[in-house]
Design a protein around this ligand. Structure first.
Ligand code: GLU
Length: 301
């Protein structure tokens, strides 16, 4: 792990669309806090989803952040170039029996959950993203069935075995949250609400959760500043940090920028992109002001 005496902040977008005002706020806040604390500011490209991420979106990220007046340390870490770095972390979890292979499709899981709900008449629990908790279909497949299927080349993900985790690491789990005024508070984390979450996906040899935790540690990130939409994910990240013996950074989850209708901005909702604002003649200084950041002072002589 790269140890740094300076605080290290990062902005970690996924190049699967153009950035909107919410991203601008997150990036500007990370930069402002890094400046305030005399720290470093990193840009990390989270492009493990090779099917959805595109080089032109990455170029767009660089263009938009540069337009906003931001700069960052080079080289930029691009996750798709570091799949090998996530393997030892996965192997460590596997070696301790904390993960198991899962061959299920989303459809299979949905059908099983539907059947359970129909039988019990009760709603099956959902994770914080609204997906049903994994009902354990592939957990403990009998008679070495899993190894045979893996050898036969059956596509599979790897899930955290939350029962085994609970047995070996009952917790409690916690992390330190910091506010913009510098207050710190220890808050409880509840990774169990994610159930047997996917730690290595079927299509790529990692997952958002695994790579973000490994990269934050490898890059010596001390302060994670990201939107409230990722607050619940922190519980799982804290769990992975404990299981992998990694330091837990401090966390700040900022409020989300809403559109005039009160909805969260999202690439999937086609929220107005920064590049579209720019085309309409909005200046970077106006964006900064609107988001509460004053125009970058020009370097003094
Ligand atoms: N790549 C994630 C996103 O674009 C952010 C990850 C993070 O900040 O931890 O939503």
């Amino acid at each position: 792990m790269t140890k740094s005496t300076k605080p290290v902040f990062r902005f970690a977008p996924s190049p699967n669309g153009r950035l909107h005002l919410g991203h601008a706020y997150s990036a500007l806040l990370n930069d402002a806090l890094a400046r305030r604390l005399g720290g470093r500011f990193l840009l990390r490209i989270e492009d493990i989803d090779i099917a959805r991420c595109r080089p032109e979106y990455e170029a767009g990220i660089v263009e938009d952040l540069t337009w906003l007046g931001l700069s960052w340390e080079e080289p930029v870490r691009r996750q798709s170039e570091h799949f090998a770095d996530y393997r030892p972390a996965f192997q460590r979890l596997k070696g301790r029996g904390l993960v198991y292979p899962c061959f299920c499709s989303r459809k299979r899981i949905a059908e099983r959950v539907e059947a359970i709900e129909a039988q019990s008449g009760e709603a099956w629990p959902r994770d914080p993203d609204g997906a049903p908790l994994y009902p354990g279909i592939c957990k403990g497949l009998p008679g070495g069935g899993a190894e045979g299927r893996i050898r036969a080349g059956d596509a599979h993900a790897w899930r955290i075995d939350s029962d085994e985790v609970r047995r070996l690491h009952p917790g409690p789990y916690a992390f330190t949250r910091f506010s913009l005024t510098g207050d710190e508070e220890v808050v409880a984390a509840d990774p169990r609400r994610w159930g047997d979450a996917v730690i290595v996906r079927k299509d790529v040899p990692t997952s958002y959760h695994l790579s973000v935790v490994v990269d934050d540690a490898l890059q010596g990130v001390t302060h994670v500043v990201r939107g409230q939409d990722l607050e619940a994910a922190t519980d799982l990240h804290v769990l992975l940090q404990v299981l992998l013996g990694l330091d837990t950074p401090l966390y700040h989850h900022h409020g989300l920028i809403l559109d005039p209708g009160g909805d969260k901005l999202a690439k999937s909702r086609r929220s107005e992109a920064l590049c579209a604002l720019r085309t309409r003649g909005v200046t970077a200084a106006e964006v900064r002001r609107r988001l509460g950041f004053y125009p970058q002072p020009t370097p003094s002589t």
